[in-house]
Write a protein that binds this ligand. Sequence first.
Ligand code: NDP
Ligand SMILES: O=C(O)C1=N[C@H](C(=O)O)C[C@H](O)C1
Length: 267
Amino acid sequence: MVRVAVTGAGGRMGREVIAAADAREDVSVVLAVNRTTVEGSEVAGVPVHDAEELPALLAESDAEVLVDFTGPDSSADYVEACAELGVPAVVGTTGFDSTGTARLADASESIPLLKASNFARGVAALRQAVREAVAAVPEYDVELTETHHNGKRDAPSGTAKSILDDVESVRDDLDERTHGREGDQPRRRSEIGVHARRAGDITGEHEVLLAGNHEVLTLTHRAESRGVFAEGALDAAVWLVGRDAGRYDFFDVIRGDDTTDSEEDTR
Ligand SMILES: NC(=O)C1=CN([C@@H]2O[C@H](COP(=O)(O)OP(=O)(O)OC[C@H]3O[C@@H](n4cnc5c(N)ncnc54)[C@H](OP(=O)(O)O)[C@@H]3O)[C@@H](O)[C@H]2O)C=CC1
Ligand SMILES: O=C(O)C1=N[C@H](C(=O)O)C[C@H](O)C1
C-alpha cells in the first residue's frame, strides 16, 4: 500500500484523487492539504489541513509520494518542499511559465519527479497517433481545438501544448502557433491554428484536424470523467516510489520504463 499526500485536496482534481484512492487497495491517502480550509473539513473521510503547514505536516507524516493538482506557483512551492524532504512528487498541474519549469527541474535533481499534462491513457495514445498521422501527410494543414469547463484558468490547455510539441517534433516547417483568428488574416504555411473553448462543465476534449488534398482527418480524445485523470495520477504515484531522482513522464509509466530524464513535459 503506497502512502500518498495530496495537495489541492479541495479542488476538482484533488477531490477526485482522494475518492479514487479510497476505492483502491494499492494506495492510501495519509495527508491532504488545501489553500482554503474550514474547521473540520474533510474529503472522503480524509481530514484536509491548511496548505501553509505542508512542509511540517509532510515531515511528520509517513507519506511516500505527493500528488499535486493545484496552480503553477503553489505546485512549485510544494515540489520544493518535497525536494527538501526527499519525497517523490507527481505533478498534474499545468500552466507553468519558464520560472516554474526551472524550479521543477531543480527539484528533480534531488527527487523523482513525474509531471504530465494529462494522465488519461487515451491521451497518451492520441499523442502517438498524432505524431504518426502528421508524419504520414506532411503537406497537410494542422489545426488543434481544445474544449474545457468554464472554471479552467490556463489556455491553451497543457495537453494542447504537449500535442503542439508533438506536431512540431515531426513537422519542422510548422513553427508558428496561431491562437484564434480575426480580421484579414490568411493562413500561412508555417501555422498551426490553436483554438481554446471554455463552456459549462466539459471535462476535457482535444481534437487535431489535418486537412489537404481534398480530404480531412480528425483525431479526437474526450475525457468523460475526471476519474480517468485521477486513476492515471495514482498509477504514476505507485510507479514513482523507489525510483532514482530525475524527470519522468506518464509515457514511462505506460511503458513500465526505467530510464530517467524523459523529454520534458513543461505544460
Ligand atoms: N494532468 C492532468 O491529467 C490534469 C491536470 N489538471 C490540472 O490540474 C490543475 C488543477 O485543476 P482543477 O482541480 O480543475 O482546479 P481547481 O481550481 O478545482 O482546484 C485547484 C486547487 O488548487 C488550489 N490552488 C489554486 N491556486 C493555488 C495557490 N496559488 N496556492 C495554493 N493552492 C492553490 C485550490 O485551492 P482553493 O480551494 O483554496 O482555491 C484548489 O484546491 C490545473 O492546472 C489543471 O489544468 C486537471 C485535470 C487533469
Ligand atoms: O483543467 C482541466 O480540467 C484539465 N487540464 C489538463 C490540461 O490543461 O491539459 C488536462 C485535462 O485536459 C483537464
